[in-house]
Design a protein around this ligand. Structure first.
Ligand code: ZN
Length: 261
């Protein structure tokens, strides 16, 4: 009996024990998610978000009732890329430790560079310039790249570089991302929990090999894409909570992400 209860403790209690995080709640809340609707931006090859009405109105019993159903690709709107999206055997959405999805954040501002060049890739020098002004990128931080492209959302032509759909449209994507050399520098020299940005992909629009995805995700680092309102965050000193829909085995999913500044 004693053994049984000990066994039960480890089987039942250990997996649900709280994980520690360094999130500091309080201050102003900033919503970093775009809403999901018919205008939500998806990859040119993906179907968009659909919401249809099961019922909406007065029932014959005299009370109001509404219920809808939705369908969507994992990767669209404000969403999370799980490491398994580009790295076999790495975390699926439901396997990412929660403590990795919450913590303190920093913002690398590359709006000037991206306004001059919509194919801009954030460089190692951009990261080092941030450190010269703000000190070393803290351990276990969530990094945001602020390209300024969030302001263009959801105008597909302006935001993605094309409003065309289908496989041929992919070559016409033009938006900023993270240079693979900078992704490599981050995983080799710093320890980050996750990285997010206000474009449709962590690799820039013209990427064909998705190297930054592969470098980060090999190390089990998830990405947040199509993040909103990065212009409302300070350069550092804020906390983030980024909780995707817990799709078992998923390679990504819709993300509700908020910051406390
Ligand atoms: Zn994605």
């Amino acid at each position: 009996m004693r053994h049984l209860s000990l066994l039960l403790f480890f089987v039942l209690a250990v997996p649900v024990m709280a994980q520690r995080s360094n999130v500091r709640l309080g201050g102003e809340i900033v919503d970093l998610s775009h809403a999901f609707d018919a205008t939500t931006v998806y990859w040119p090859t993906a179907e968009g978000f659909k919401l249809s009405t099961d019922f909406e109105g007065m029932t014959d019993k005299g009370y109001f009732y509404s219920a809808y159903k939705y369908s969507a690709a994992e990767h669209g709107g404000t969403h999370l890329d799980a490491p398994v999206h580009f790295a076999q055997g790495r975390h699926t959405v439901d396997q990412i430790p929660l403590k990795q999805l919450m913590g303190s954040g920093i913002v690398i501002d590359v709006t000037r560079q991206c306004a001059a060049n919509r194919d801009y890739q954030v460089t190692v020098a951009d990261l080092q310039n941030w450190e010269r002004r703000n000190g070393r990128i803290p351990r276990d931080v969530i990094v945001f790249l602020h390209t300024g492209f969030g302001k263009r959302y959801p105008d597909r032509k302006s935001y993605l570089g094309t409003d065309e759909r289908g496989a041929e449209a992919v070559a016409k994507l033009h938006f900023p991302g993270l240079d693979p050399a900078a992704a490599r520098w981050l995983v080799q020299n710093r320890s980050i929990k996750a990285i997010g940005l206000d474009t449709a992909s962590i690799d820039y629009g013209q990427s064909t090999l998705f190297e930054s995805h592969r470098i980060l995700m090999e190390k089990n680092i998830p990405a947040f894409e199509n993040v909103a309102n990065l212009d409302q965050l300070p350069v550092k000193g804020f906390s983030v909570i980024a909780l995707p829909m817990k799709i078992k085995g998923g390679s990504g999913g819709p993300l509700r992400i908020v910051a406390f500044r």
